[in-house]
Design a protein. Structure first.
Length: 379
């Protein structure tokens, strides 16, 4: 028991962290297409997936990370594993995760994708298999480092509830999200039973509430801004449950697809309720450029939590320096003491199979720079 608690303490205090996804290798992307077309067997596809996970773990180990993920190699998108593992969601494709008004640099430009009209849960949810257990068990067998498992926040799936299409299965959004939360809670319990020590909930929908257009969509489903923060966090805490041996992190970003983003704005309107309300020890916060505002909202981070600052962008090849990152960490320490700060990328490198407009070399450089900066700052 003492050794396990010591490992938990190391995870809680890890200075260099990773959000989740990595760029998918071309072999894996091609295999996904062949498997979908029926030109590749399930066994053949799994072997290629396994190789991609091995590659992802190797890249993170070379960079020096003590916490690694499987790179989300087995997922179409960071939140797709629920609909793949659970019956009841009806028609969907990758556009279920890509719709919105996306903003980008001059290089990638803006892009608007409409929400699919057929999107909506149509039956009562029934789990066919676990969501992420395969990911964890395989990755754990390939590394001696701590494996972080990423899961979506339950209220992210409000996007998949439709007043028109879902009423016969779930008359209200609350009833639907309660079932989603139950499935995710059971997933956490199974991961913990199997020895998972670090689990992350991804919750980008909260910062989306900062933008009037996206907030109007979410409020149109029946919850106002304050109910999203109160009921939403209640569901997140239900998923987390009571597992004192496990470290939980909570990731808040502003959209990340194809090097584009959805909204900008300070965390201030959300910070007091969410930072203090979520039962996670680590807050993964996006701070790679001006769209995230200043560090002032960090003053709301409770004393028992670590703020993991996503100072390194995954959206462009720009190569941050250790000196630049150290300066920003010291700037942030005006609001949270340095001993309660850590460093990470601002989001995943490939939130879906599309991936961001950077190279694998850029990806590895950025992760190595995070590790080297953490060693320089904290020793």
């Amino acid at each position: 028991m003492g050794a396990r608690l010591a490992r938990v303490k190391r995870v809680v205090s890890a200075r260099a962290d990773i959000v989740g996804s990595l760029l998918r290798p071309p072999e894996l992307l091609e295999a996904r297409e062949r498997y979908a077309a029926g030109d590749l067997s399930a066994a053949g596809f799994k072997r290629i997936e396994d190789r991609a996970v091995d590659w992802a773990i190797g890249l993170q180990e070379r960079a020096g990370l003590s916490v690694v993920t499987d790179g989300e190699m087995r997922r179409e998108s960071f939140q797709s594993q629920l609909v793949e593992a659970v019956e009841g969601f009806g028609e969907y494709d990758i556009d279920a995760w890509l719709w919105g008004e996306w903003h980008g640099s001059e290089t990638v430009g803006d892009k608007t994708t409409e929400r699919p009209q057929t999107l909506g849960v149509v039956g009562r949810l029934r789990r066919r298999r676990h969501l992420s257990v395969e990911e964890f068990v395989y990755a754990r067998g390939r590394t001696e480092r701590t494996v972080k498992v990423t899961l979506p926040s339950p209220s992210m799936y409000a996007n998949l509830w439709s007043p028109e299409l879902s009423a016969s299965a779930y008359p209200t959004l609350d009833l639907f999200l309660e079932d989603v939360a139950q499935i995710l809670r059971e997933e956490v319990e199974e991961l913990v039973r199997l020895g998972a020590e670090y689990i992350q909930l991804d919750a980008p929908h909260y910062p989306l509430l900062l933008d009037p257009k996206t907030r109007a969509f979410y409020e149109g489903l029946g919850w106002d801004l304050y109910r999203w923060m109160s009921r939403g966090i209640e569901l997140d805490n239900f998923v987390i449950g009571d597992h004192p041996d496990v470290t939980f992190s909570f990731h808040l970003c502003r959209g990340n697809q194809g090097s584009r983003w959805l909204v900008s704005g300070s965390y201030e309107p959300l910070a007091r309720r969410i930072f203090g309300g979520i039962n996670a020890q680590r807050l993964m916060l996006e701070y790679d450029d001006e769209r995230s505002g200043d560090f002032g909202p960090l003053s709301h981070v409770p004393e028992n939590k670590v703020a993991v600052l996503g100072l390194v962008t995954t959206k462009t090849p720009r190569r941050e320096t250790r000196q630049e990152l150290e300066a920003r960490l010291h700037e942030a320490s005006r609001f949270v003491p340095l001993e309660r700060l850590a460093l990470s990328p601002q989001c995943g490198f490939a939130t879906s199979i599309i991936g961001n407009a950077i190279s694998v070399e850029d990806e590895e450089y950025k992760l190595r720079t995070i590790v080297e900066t953490a060693e320089q700052v904290w020793g």
